[in-house]
Design a protein around this ligand. Structure first.
Ligand code: NDP
Length: 257
């Protein structure tokens, strides 16, 4: 049990990577509070996670709601050892066709929401706690139409270095997990039907050196590592879980002769 007697807060814990991570944490002995906006998926997640979980409805862009969720988790658990600031949204912001509201909503959720989640939780984090922020390989790829999303994830990476420095005096570690394309509901908008998803996966897999999408459980295992004492001397780092997309960008099947 790598997280025995540990407590965790996971934003966006009712879906995809956040939910897989909540399952992994609980399997290792933690008690976990998950947040999200959607009450139906929160209820379903809670049913799947069992007695060592609590579910709290909170919009990460609403600072008061975030502070309330943190207070509820602390009331239930007595303190926090792990914070996974995972909630995030995708969005298309092509040059020449983007609206301010869309651009700002991506930044507000993916950067501002992350900062204020950490700020709300910081007073209640036990010394030696671990914070993990969810970044993305998209900060590195220059993928057309992704300015706001790529900037938001690059911002998360930059912010993580600052937070790691500010919290180091308390022995709190701050790291980023940066997934590559991973099979979760985040792709539902871009590929609304199973056929469209198959096509999209084919295209994406072609530029991933390992030739496939990642699974949420693979990200969860890396977050578990960063959350646990196995990573006791790891802070200020970014770990890519992307099938080689960032480290070996022309290694994908489409580049092979
Ligand atoms: P999902 O869409 O499955 O999960 C996103 C989660 O974020 C949901 O639980 C959603 O809950 C929550 N969320 C979104 N906006 C808010 C908000 N304003 N307040 C509270 N919760 C919110 O996608 P993933 O699991 O894939 O995404 C998780 C993270 O991983 C994101 O930060 C994403 O950018 C990142 N990522 C994902 C990749 C992928 O290919 N899947 C690749 C790289 C990074 P609700 O809707 O109930 O609010």
């Amino acid at each position: 049990m790598r997280l025995k007697n540990k407590t965790a807060l996971i934003t966006g814990g009712n879906s995809g990577i956040g939910l897989a991570t909540a399952k992994a944490f609980i399997a290792e002995g933690a008690r976990v509070a998950i947040t999200g906006r959607n009450q139906a998926t929160l209820d379903a997640a809670l049913a799947a996670l069992g007695a060592n979980a609590i579910a709290l409805q909170a919009d990460a862009t609403d600072i008061a709601a975030t502070e309330q969720a943190v207070a509820s988790a602390v009331k239930a658990f007595g303190g926090l050892d792990i914070l996974f600031a995972n909630a995030g949204i995708p969005g298309s912001t092509p040059l020449g066709g983007s609206k301010l509201e869309v651009f700002e909503q991506i930044l507000r959720t993916n950067i501002t929401g992350v900062f204020f989640t950490v700020q709300a939780a910081a007073p209640y984090l036990n010394d030696g706690a671990s914070i993990i922020l969810n970044g993305s390989v998209m900060s590195q790829l220059g993928s057309p139409g992704s300015s706001a999303y790529a900037a938001s994830k690059a911002g998360v990476r930059g912010m993580s270095r600052v937070l790691a420095a500010e919290l180091a005096p308390r022995g709190i570690r701050v790291n980023v997990v940066s997934p590559g394309a991973t099979r979760t509901p985040i792709w539902n908008g871009a590929a609304p039907t199973p056929e469209a998803m198959t096509q999209l996966e084919k295209r994406l897999a072609g530029i991933i050196p390992l030739g496939r999408l990642g699974e949420a459980e693979e990200i969860a295992k890396t977050v578990l590592f960063l959350a646990s004492d196995d990573a006791s001397n790891v802070s200020g780092a970014e770990l890519f879980v992307d099938g080689g997309s960032n480290g070996s960008p022309v290694g994908g099947p489409v580049f092979r002769g």
